[in-house]
Ligand binder design. Structure first.
Ligand SMILES: Cc1ncc(COP(=O)(O)O)c(C=O)c1O
Length: 415
């Protein structure tokens, strides 16, 4: 039997949305038609049939080498099934979710945690829970439509999405990226009883660690509640021998709320909010992104919990990775190429000119590398950068060859 033809596109009725013109104007870019990947994504990736050395993977620890994640996943699937089959409020949470949430609460140093299908939903749910009003049959009322948010200008899209509609300049204020003095000025100006400050640990665009201790000091001085989005730092920073031990301790000991993602170091999918027990319990209802959507799949929750515990039990996995990433950073510096000034594992290399950065991306693919480029509108015009994740599975030869290739392009472009 032949497949029936696709229905004729309702081009005319969609015209006011300008989708066709939008895609047409951007045909030089592949981003609207994602390349198709075959096989597992790791230090290399097979995209549209071509193998590339992969500097784009956010699950960078190559955990299969150390932890039998897929076996944990399979065990979880056999023991708990594949789906939560509904909202956690109607049927309850599965055992793996309970164990995962207890583990995340313990590892983040908070009283309780609640998991979400993604970190993005955790962030949107946090803003919603902290800012909405509701009345329940039992006579209980929450009135939080007077909450004011003060956020680092570069926080993740999901926080900005949550804040949409609250009124910029009214209930939403931003401070300059990583600028604690500016945060102080904004907090001084806002002066309300219910202020929430949101910042990130490691920022995904530039790889910098936020000035966490100073941000938390400012929150203390102004009586503000703090929320740190630790999507990129969870289970990476913390132990004394690693960079940012001071910031990680402050997140653990002093931040009121912390958000974690399971798609980064843990290499799976899901997110969580951790914080004071009463608030987290209230978030079951008030976040909306918990109650009105499905949860993490049970085998993923099980494998995530096993992975968190395995990373905690064997710190050499992350230690080795950080040393591996630091080596590439050092070599890039020694070769005279600037990166954003940070000690994090993310490598952000300012290129400037948007056209040059896009040209580099094409050359990289031709030469067998997948290297993400952030250009306008992701960053300001002509402030393009290469943003790399070294992968624990990259060999020294792959790293060295990448560096030689990068230097060739820089010379060719006169950078
Ligand atoms: C800082 C930050 N917050 C939140 C998220 C969203 O996390 P998830 O991938 O779990 O939805 C990301 C991922 O890109 C991130 O970098």
């Amino acid at each position: 039997m032949t497949a029936s033809p696709a229905p004729a596109p309702s081009v005319d009725r969609l015209a006011p949305w300008a989708f066709a013109a939008f895609v047409e104007a951007n045909t030089h870019d592949t981003q609207y038609r994602p390349p198709v990947v075959d096989g597992p994504i790791g230090p290399t990736i097979v995209r549209n049939g071509r193998e590339l050395v992969n500097f784009a993977s956010i699950s960078f620890l190559d955990l299969e080498r150390h932890i039998p994640v897929r076996r944990h996943f399979a065990e979880g699937a056999l023991a708990h099934g594949l789906s939560t089959s509904g909202s956690r409020m109607t049927q309850g949470i599965c055992r793996p979710h309970q164990v995962l949430e207890e583990t995340i609460a313990r590892r983040t140093g908070k009283e309780r945690a609640i998991s979400f299908a993604t970190g993005l939903l955790a962030n949107i749910g946090f803003v919603h829970a902290m800012s909405s009003s509701a009345q329940f049959d039992t006579g209980i009322e929450v009135r939080n439509n007077d909450t004011v948010f003060v956020v680092d200008r570069d926080v993740h899209w999901s926080i900005w999405k949550g804040l949409e509609g609250l009124g910029y300049g009214r209930r939403v204020h931003a401070f300059r990226h990583n600028d604690v003095a500016d945060l102080g000025v904004v907090l001084e100006r806002v002066r309300t009883r219910k202020t929430v400050v949101i910042a990130e640990s490691i920022y995904s665009a530039d790889g910098t660690m936020g000035p966490i201790v100073e941000i938390l000091d400012a929150c203390d001085r102004h009586g503000a509640i703090s929320m740190i989005d630790d999507a990129n730092g969870f289970m990476v920073y913390g132990p004394e021998n690693r960079p940012y031990a001071r910031e990680a301790a402050a997140i653990r000991e002093r931040a009121d709320f912390v958000m974690v993602s399971l798609s980064k170091a843990i290499g799976l999918e899901g997110g969580a909010l951790a914080g004071p027990a009463a608030a987290i319990d209230a978030f079951e209802l008030l976040s909306g992104t918990s109650m009105f959507t499905a949860a993490i799949q049970p085998p993923t929750a099980h494998a995530a919990e096993r992975t968190i515990e395995a990373l905690a039990a064997d710190p050499t996995i992350v230690d080795d990775y950080l040393a591996h990433a630091a080596r590439l950073r050092r070599q890039i510096h020694e070769a005279g190429t600037p990166t954003t000034p940070t000690e994090s594992y993310m490598l952000s290399m300012p290129i400037g000119n948007d056209a040059a950065a896009l040209q580099m991306r094409e050359w990289f693919v031709e030469d067998g590398y997948l290297v993400p480029v952030f250009s306008y509108p992701a960053v300001a015009r002509n402030q393009a950068l290469l943003r790399l994740f070294p992968h624990a599975g990259h060999t020294e030869e792959q790293m060295d060859a990448f560096l030689r290739t990068l230097l060739t392009y820089r010379r060719r472009l006169g950078l």
